[in-house]
Design a protein around this ligand. Sequence first.
Ligand SMILES: [Ca+2]
Ligand SMILES: [Ca+2]
Length: 314
Amino acid sequence: MYIAKDLEQKENMALKVNQSTGKDEVGRAGRCGAAIAGLATLLALAPLQAFPPAPYFTVFGDARDQFGALIPAGSAAVVLYTDAKETSRESLTAVPGADFNYQIRVRIDMLRDSSPSYSSQALVTGKVYTLGIESGGKVYYPIEMASPPSVGSASERRRINLTLGIDRDGDGLPDAWEESQLYQGGIQPGAEGWDLSLINRDGDYDRDGVSNFKEYLAGTYAADAQSTLDLQIKEKMDEAVRLEFYAIYGKSYVLQVSTDLKQWADAAMALKAPGAADAAPSQMSLLATSTGVMSVYVGADPAAASTYYRLVIR
Ligand SMILES: [Ca+2]
Ligand SMILES: [Ca+2]
């Protein structure tokens, strides 16, 4: 009687452990039942102890369209597939100050003997997977998935930026963007189509010192040496400085400040002058919703002999 009661309590605990592993376990009575039986046996043999959840393997980065704009939050999801089946998905985000717009956490299978899998969503380190971007009911496979990645180790964070579009010449740049740059530079397609060999990822077609890939990221023209990122100090006030730059739709901007050109810190940006009646809270990053000159105010340190500013673009 006593033993039976003891087991019943352990079974309840096992059920709790199992429910905590993931929502997909709930409702799968057969698998769930087997898992409970397995755990209950283990618990009866060993001191009462639940397995700690393994740290996640996290894959994160920026998902961009074929012209380099960050894909807006809420309009798409990143889906992780293994063996051609969906394992997990997360909607795109736009978290102020974050340097990524998607993040997927993968449970790592602990591979313990005589225990059921931690979760049907858990994967083994080294398992090959594919990321897709689902939008409007269709799944698009980013250029980077031409070489499918594999799952890293628990607690590891790995950045994989995702780029939509076709990449026939295999240089990592979306062909549609390359064609638009050639067209803007006065090049027309020949009988064989566009000569995509003119623009490569690490090349510098307009020789302005900025690589084609960085121009793709910055939203500047890769075939126009006059088209560069331009950050200017426009106005100095007692407690603030006003800076201007040319913002491109879909790009995220972070302003950094330094007094010695060695240590840089992110600066909060305000769109209105300090003390303005309709001033909104300062932001650590700005997502451009249109293309044009953007004016920002940052706090000034009157004690500093010199202050330097730089812009980080995603
Ligand atoms: Ca290409
Ligand atoms: Ca260039």
